[in-house]
Design a protein. Structure first.
Length: 674
């Protein structure tokens, strides 16, 4: 029976059981100090109590057996217990078998506590936690706690939930003695803890550091000074650590690291959309503030093995160790891009002194290539919790390479000339580039009309420096081409430059494609047609030039190349179209093969293709056989499970003026008509 009223709770042998567990309740809770209330636990699963605690950073597990006796609930609140917890775990870490004994001391008007956890290890047993002393209920001037706590190889991994949002993967052991005083509302803990084989990962950097030193605990402060910190490669730094708190609420960090070639970043795109890659640096890093609003101040110099990547092209390989990634999305449909960044809780102020020991790699838009180089510069970056990013500074390249490519059809490695600069002027979208790179080859002169009949030059190949220049906005650079004849005499230079209009962008694009693909100058198109295409973008111009040159490979096969840039509504597409007629035009093959790139974080590339084959059984084409492979309409519900559909058909075509003519037998006009 259970009786409830305004002054009393009475329970008469209430038993709750199930799945091998049992909880028994019996007695009274009232203002009568002689009333007793008992709880018996028999193989009770401690995790059932997590719902009552309702805190994500507190999780208890184990099997509880024993008794709790409660008396004088409204006044002294005396609790006596004799409890055993088998395989007691705290926040997922097995602590051992726990024993909790408590009894009421009338002389001290307090609860005498004797709690121990015994861990049974492979090499022996020890007590990770021992707690002895008194807990005084009610309001007391001298406080509610008088406890001595001893830690022996306590597992620090159990504290990971308290570091969430800043660090993770905390490991190691802690040993020491602590004293607990104060009240229930304002508990004070003092003492010293020795950390052994300790390591933790700073989530924002994705770097794991290890250390071993002593931590001093005083009321409102957990601190350590001059701790030697190691990264995974054995590089070192010194750490000063302070965690202030208001009785374990409103915690604030104050960390200072003086690094000596220490790993400072080791992230991937999945872990951080703004910074990812690897970097080693010397200098000072400070992290201050509450976990929800951390301020990182970084003043460092790059060291050897630092690789800086700026993959502006979203199709770049995400498995690379990239350092800076600008992830953009056109959310307005106007071509204006905005950043998408997850920087909640982080304010960053970084001043990076880039030295020649650091390498930089930039993946340019539209897959037109990537830049690799090293140089010097001072870059300042700021990021706030709203995701607003600012960058200032110039990066000057001393040397490097520019892999100029167009969808793997055209790939050439240019050498970057000293003095090429990338400049940041505030918003990363305002970054400018001024780059000049050279590709050296030997080219034939026989295609130049003015030289073809000159025996001293005709049939000869001369050294040519193919020059590509990138200027203005880094995200959509202006591309221009030029060439030099470094070993030619003055007469030859004059003949070549007179024959080629070097001021016409389209003409120079044609010459560059010809030189890089065929190693010869080109005069296949008219200057009038080329001049008309000057208004096209460099990418479209390259597409047109490649299509024209590919079509010249065979007179029997028409080859075309078509490129379409993607946006928020459509995918990026590259299409190669082929068309040919065989056997005196009796067989026609027409189709295309292409790649579409969906602009998502996964950068999905899909191979697509449509092919039609038409065979004329009769020469007049009335009787035919057709076969096809076509892409399914994505909005056709009947084709949900197939990307393509195929078909084979036979048909006969006959023209007539009257319906009755359809059934008349046709006269044979010639043997060829059969």
């Amino acid at each position: 029976d259970v009786i409830l009223d305004t002054t009393m709770i009475s329970v008469n042998n209430l038993i709750i059981s199930g799945k091998g567990q049992k909880l028994s309740l019996n007695g009274k809770i009232s203002k009568n100090k002689d009333d007793v209330f008992n709880l018996w636990f028999d193989h009770f699963d401690v995790s059932n109590l997590d719902a009552l605690i309702n805190r994500s950073d507190l999780n208890f597990d184990g099997i509880l057996s024993g008794k709790i006796t409660l008396t004088d609930f409204y006044s002294a609140r005396t609790i006596e217990s004799d409890l055993n917890i088998e395989k007691f775990s705290f926040n997922g870490e097995l602590m051992g078998d726990a024993r909790l004994l408590s009894r009421w001391d009338n002389e001290k008007s307090g609860l005498d506590i004797d709690a121990n956890i015994i861990y049974h290890g492979n090499v022996g047993n020890h007590n990770p936690i021992s707690i002895k002393g008194f807990i005084y209920p009610g309001e007391r001037k001298d406080g509610n706690f008088d406890l001595d706590i001893v830690l022996v190889n306590y597992k620090l991994a159990s504290l990971n939930p308290f570091l969430e949002g800043f660090a993770s993967n905390l490991k190691g052991m802690a040993s020491g003695k602590l004293r607990m005083d104060g009240t229930f509302e304002k508990p004070d803990i003092t003492g010293n803890i020795q950390l052994l084989r300790t390591q933790m990962k700073i989530d924002y950097l994705n770097v794991t550091y290890s250390f071993a030193d002593q931590v001093k605990i005083t009321p409102g402060l957990i601190a350590a000074s001059n701790i030697i910190v190691y990264d995974s490669l054995g590089n070192t730094g010194t750490l000063d650590f302070r965690l202030t708190h208001d009785f374990f609420r409103n915690m604030k960090l104050d960390i200072t690291v003086d690094a000596n070639k220490l790993a400072g970043l080791n992230t991937t795109y999945r872990q951080n959309e703004i910074f990812y890659g690897s970097a080693f640096a010397s200098g000072r890093v400070t992290i201050q503030g509450p976990f929800s609003d951390l301020r990182m101040n970084i003043r460092v110099r790059s060291e050897a093995n630092t690789n800086i990547y700026i993959p502006i092209n979203l199709a770049a390989d995400a498995s690379e160790n990239e350092y800076i990634r600008f992830n953009t999305r056109d959310v307005t449909g106007t071509g204006k891009y905005v950043f998408e960044a997850n920087t909640s809780g982080i304010n960053l102020d970084m001043l990076l002194d880039v030295t020649k020991d650091a390498n930089i790699q930039i993946f340019l838009p539209e897959d037109i290539g990537n830049i690799k180089g090293n140089g010097t510069g001072e870059i300042r970056m700021g990021i706030d919790t709203r995701g607003d990013i600012t960058m200032f500074g110039d990066y000057r390249m001393n040397e490097g390479t520019f892999l100029f490519s167009f969808r793997n059809i055209l790939n050439r490695v240019f050498s970057i000339e000293n003095g090429s600069v990338i400049s940041f002027r505030g918003s990363p979208y305002e970054a400018d580039i001024a780059l000049r790179a050279v590709y050296k080859l030997k080219a034939s002169l026989k295609s130049i009309p003015e030289i073809a009949d000159m025996p001293e030059y005709a049939g000869k190949s001369v050294p040519v420096n193919c020059i590509i220049s990138l200027k203005n906005n880094l995200y959509n650079p202006d591309i221009s081409f030029s060439f030099e004849l470094p070993e030619a005499d003055q007469n030859l230079r004059q003949l070549v430059y007179t024959s080629i209009d070097t001021t016409n962008e389209a003409v120079m694009t044609q010459q560059m494609v010809s030189l890089l693909l065929m190693k010869s100058f080109s005069f296949s198109g008219s200057n009038a047609n080329l001049a008309a295409s000057v208004g096209s973008s460099s990418i479209e111009m390259l597409t047109n030039q490649l299509s024209s040159m590919l079509s010249q490979i065979s007179k029997d096969v028409d080859i075309g190349l078509n490129y379409r840039a993607g946006d928020v509504l459509s995918s990026e597409e590259l299409e190669l179209a082929l068309s040919t007629h065989l056997f005196n035009d009796r067989v026609t093959i027409d189709g295309n093969l292409g790649v579409t790139t969906t602009a998502t974080t996964e950068n999905t590339n899909n191979l697509v293709g449509d092919v039609n084959i038409d065979v004329k059984i009769t020469q007049d084409g009335r009787f035919r056989v057709k076969a096809f492979n076509k892409t399914n309409n994505p909005f056709d519900l009947s084709s949900t499970y197939a990307t393509y559909k195929q078909g084979l058909g036979v048909y006969y075509r006959l023209e007539f003026d009257k319906f009755s003519e359809l059934f008349r037998r046709q006269k044979k006009k010639s043997p060829e008509a059969r």
